[in-house]
Design a protein around this ligand. Structure first.
Ligand SMILES: [Zn+2]
Length: 108
């Protein structure tokens, strides 16, 4: 069993994680109404590289859906290292929060 499970991981190592390696999800809490807003960063298409530092940067503007009669804009500025790992998030108008736990993501 362990041999085959190892072999299948070698053959298809990114089967279940492919989506996650392409996308980075950001969750912020609106400072005005407390709503949680989310934004997907496409690591293939959304990033601009700073050739001096090798870092990648992108900006996002999030607006609530108006359900709370709140149209506060949250401005995000994200910085990634040259391997596209998140280094820093600046949020104006909101606060970065941990992603909500989703069922089925725990365990391997
Ligand atoms: Zn709001």
């Amino acid at each position: 069993m362990s041999f085959w499970s190892k072999l299948s991981k070698i053959i298809a190592p990114e089967d279940s994680s492919n989506f996650d390696t392409r996308s980075h999800w950001v969750y912020v809490r609106c400072k005005r109404c407390g709503d949680i807003l989310s934004s997907r960063v496409d690591l293939q298409n959304d990033l601009s590289q700073d050739y001096a530092s090798g870092q990648f940067v992108t900006r996002k503007t999030l607006v609530g859906d108006g359900a709370n009669r709140c149209f506060q804009r949250v401005e995000l500025a994200l910085t990634f290292d040259k391997n596209k790992r998140l280094l820093d998030i600046q949020a104006i108008g909101g606060e970065v929060v941990d992603p909500p736990q989703k069922e089925g993501e725990i365990g391997d």
